[in-house]
Design a protein around this ligand. Structure first.
Ligand code: SUG
Length: 447
């Protein structure tokens, strides 16, 4: 049977803005309060999706969420009409209003953790939305994420959906940003590598001191249990607390993997040698496992954070060769672009580098890999995916026109208080659910 990896990219929502909401994420804090361009952001994202489609990849679209989230403002005691709720929040709690306006669901690497059917006990593809408890603005995402994923992957014969983990920092779960599946081929049972930042129930274990570790070991173990993974095919690795303290808030800022390649920085993990040996043993001998370690002397941790060298997508092209999909920030750095130019000449499956401009997202700490959720599928499972969410030339032009019709060119902090933004956002999303055939996934559509 034919198996491949599909990428579902987050479509940037109409309220995309820079609010400085993510402590520990250097780009988010340093661009706080700058004005943003939702239209340009959405178009940059769509161009990347189209480029991957044109490379022969299966590419899908994951819809954004309804923002501002007036339902949360109501839960927090703001009353009146929607416009009054927003006006009161703007006056009394502007920081809360900024948070409920975030378009952060665009980073779909944090939408959920997915285990393909080859790895799970019942032969279904399993989905667990991430609870994203560590950041208030992101903790608003999982319920709608779950609804959207169910509207995309409906068929219960192939797809199993779980509720997000309990909403508490003990089970802080950031989804696929901290999950990498290594395998000899997409349809063969793989090793699922779960990376966590701290132990929730053992304060004697190492943990960062400056910035939060968002994801716990206990959350990883719970997802592995829910997905029915066998312990012989799972590895848990802890992120080096020192790199979290330098701004590596997710593992996908310092490591990325695909099939038989793990590409990571020298400083990424705690107890690295032992853990990589365990990974090698569990991976088996079906294929050569390429552990590509980038040394400090080649690219420093701070350069990796600035350029997002590891927030690249490593993809397998239809030819079987691998390509790295990198942000233009990598091209602009001498150290990183020379490293990548040398890498594609070496004896590894990675043969090509392609650079794309996703600067609007990068300014909030979201590179190419943050924008995508990977789902390994068989041909039969792909047939069961809602076909309207899959990228093609027509959908690309329809979505570009949709963005032109509904999105603003620019948003500054003051615009978030404009009640008109909610109306614009709702009409955009209402039309989008028809384009993508999602049904009524948003609360405003449910009355
Ligand atoms: O969770 N930024 C996101 C970036 C997520 C990147 N995802 C991955 N690495 N997979 C975050 O920190 C910033 C929003 C603001 O400041 O306006 C933000 O939420």
């Amino acid at each position: 049977m034919n198996f491949f990896e599909a990428n579902f990219d987050g479509l940037v929502g109409p309220t995309h803005n820079y609010a400085g909401l993510s402590v520990g994420n250097v780009a988010s804090l340093s661009n706080a309060k700058n004005s943003s361009s939702p239209r340009q952001a959405a178009k940059q994202g769509l161009s990347k999706m189209k480029a991957l489609h044109d490379l022969g990849m299966v590419q899908g679209v994951l819809a954004p969420q309804e923002r501002p989230d007036v339902y949360t403002l109501r839960r927090l005691g703001f009353t009146g009409t929607d416009a009054q709720v927003i006006a009161k929040a703007a006056k009394q709690a502007p920081a809360v209003l900024r948070a409920v306006c975030s378009a952060s669901s665009m980073w779909t690497a944090n939408a959920a953790t997915i285990s393909p059917s080859a790895d799970t006990h019942d032969g279904k593809v399993h989905f667990t939305p991430a609870n994203l408890t560590n950041k208030f603005h992101r903790s608003l995402e999982p319920v709608t994420t779950g609804r959207i994923l169910q509207a995309m992957f409906r068929d219960p014969e192939h797809f199993a959906h779980h509720t997000h983990l309990p909403d508490n920092d003990h089970f802080g779960d950031e989804g696929a940003a901290n999950h990498t599946r290594l395998c000899s081929a997409y349809g063969k049972r793989g090793v699922e590598l779960f990376v966590f930042g701290r132990y929730a129930f053992d304060s004697n274990q190492p943990a960062p001191k400056r910035f939060p570790a968002r994801h716990t070991l206990e959350a990883c173990e719970a997802v592995a249990r829910l997905h029915g993974l066998s312990g012989e095919h799972v590895v848990y690795m802890q992120q080096n607390p020192d790199v979290i303290d330098q701004g590596v808030f997710h593992n996908d800022v310092i490591a990325v993997g695909n099939q038989n390649v793990l590409f990571y920085h020298q400083q990424a993990f705690v107890d690295k040698q032992n853990k990589l040996s365990e990974l090698q043993r569990k991976f088996g001998n079906d294929a050569e496992l390429h552990l590509i370690e980038v040394k400090d002397s080649d690219v420093s941790v701070s350069e990796a954070i600035k350029t997002y060298l590891f927030n690249t997508q490593v993809i397998t092209l239809p030819s079987g060769e691998m390509a790295i999909i990198a942000p233009t920030e990598c091209q602009e750095s001498h150290a990183v672009s020379s490293y990548l130019a040398a890498l594609v000449q070496q004896h590894t499956p990675i043969r090509h580098v392609h650079y794309y401009d996703v600067k609007q997202s990068m300014r909030n700490g979201g590179g190419p890999a943050c924008l995508r959720l990977r789902v390994a599928l068989s041909e039969q499972e792909k047939q069961a995916v809602n076909p309207n969410v899959l990228m093609n030339d027509t959908l690309f032009s329809t979505l570009n026109q949709w963005v032109d019709k509904h999105y603003r060119d620019e948003i500054s902090e003051a615009d978030l208080a404009d009640p008109q933004l909610l109306d614009e956002s709702r009409s955009a999303l209402d039309e989008l659910t028809r384009i993508l055939g999602l049904g009524s996934v948003y609360q405003f559509q449910q009355g």
